[in-house]
Write a protein that binds this ligand. Structure first.
Ligand code: UDP
Ligand code: MG
Length: 314
């Protein structure tokens, strides 16, 4: 039977959440094992993303106490996307299907069964999709919606309202691990893999303990990565604006020449100074934007390892 499940959970300073998470995921595994849907040796893999609190000590404790808990300690904080990648790549050596979920269990563990049923029916990737955002603050809701729309406009394929709660088969994770980019946006890569996919729908809950490890600046940088790592449309956009402005200034020059020829007063200092400032600003913006991409190329060509594993508990 190819139904050994690994639940991969990235954890950063989650000491308040872990006891609750361990209990709930243990119950989920027991229920699924009871129904014969997953193998008896299915497990949970906690990835400690360089936490500064007692997260790793707790993981060691739970590992000693329960045989379904495994741990992976990264040598430093590399961020949610890399921690998750480390967990997926490590766990896929020893599992047939992998479900990634956040430590705070805001995503509904009840739909895991549906995910596994879809895997059994032949899907390689099953996305968990939130069917409403009632519980989010108005700010998070509107910014998230704007972000998904923007991504779509930029031509990036993403699944609307899907975060990183998903099931992937071993071979899907193996394919995913071949994407060696440093500017990692997992949600953008997975839809590019292909394979048979499906979605399950759930209502996202509130965090019950601890606080969000995704402050606004991390959210913005993830969003920025999502756009610039997958799309060159911003560069095209700047080029188009450049072309339009050049065309416009040619028209303006013709107009100025005609008015000069017909004896009208030539526009003075104000308009000159304004256009210098405007064009200067625009050029700086364009250079900055191009620089963003060059910065990314610089990081990619280094092919640095994306995480270091310090300890592993099997
Ligand atoms: N996380 C991580 N490394 C980080 C930040 C967050 O591994 O640098 C983990 C965190 O422990 C949690 C998940 O990523 O399991 C999502 O974080 P959180 O729930 O705080 O984000 P939110 O739901 O508020 O967007
Ligand atoms: Mg959360």
């Amino acid at each position: 039977m190819n139904n050994k499940l690994a639940i991969v959970v990235p954890c950063y300073n989650e000491e308040e959440m872990l006891p609750i998470t361990t209990k709930e995921l243990g119950d989920v595994l027991a229920r699924l094992k009871g129904k014969g849907k997953i193998a008896e040796d299915s497990f949970v893999l906690y990835v400690d993303d360089g936490s500064k609190d007692k997260t790793w000590e707790l993981i060691e404790g739970f590992h000693a106490e329960h045989d379904y808990i495994r741990g992976l300690k990264l040598a430093g904080n590399v961020g949610h996307q890399f921690a998750l990648t480390a967990g997926l790549v490590t766990a896929c050596e020893d599992a047939d299907m992998l479900i990634s979920i956040d430590a705070d269990l805001q995503d509904d563990t009840l739909v895991m069964e549906e995910m596994i049923d879809k895997y059994a029916a032949g899907c390689d990737i099953v996305y968990g999709v939130r069917n409403d955002r009632k519980r989010d603050s108005l700010f998070k809701r509107t910014t998230a919606q704007m972000f998904y729309k923007l991504l779509a406009a930029m031509g990036v394929r993403t699944i609307y309202n899907h975060a990183d709660f998903r099931l992937m088969s071993r071979r899907a994770v193996e394919s995913f691990s071949q994407y060696k980019e440093t500017n990692l946006y997992i949600r953008g890569i997975v839809p590019m893999l292909g394979y048979q996919t499906d979605c399950v729908y759930y209502e996202r809950k509130e965090r019950v303990a601890g606080e969000s490890k995704y402050p606004l600046n991390k959210m913005l940088s993830l969003a920025w990565n999502g756009i610039t790592s997958f799309s060159v449309k911003p560069i095209n956009f700047v080029m188009t604006i450049g072309v339009i402005i050049v065309a416009f200034s040619i028209l303006a020059a013709i107009y100025a020449l005609i008015s000069y020829g017909t004896g009208h007063v030539v526009a003075g200092w104000t308009s000159l100074i304004l256009s210098i400032w405007f064009l200067g600003g625009l050029q700086l913006f364009a250079i900055g934007l191009v620089g963003q991409y060059i910065g990314k190329i610089y990081l990619e060509v280094k092919h640095r390892p994306r995480y270091q594993i310090e300890k592993k508990l099997d």
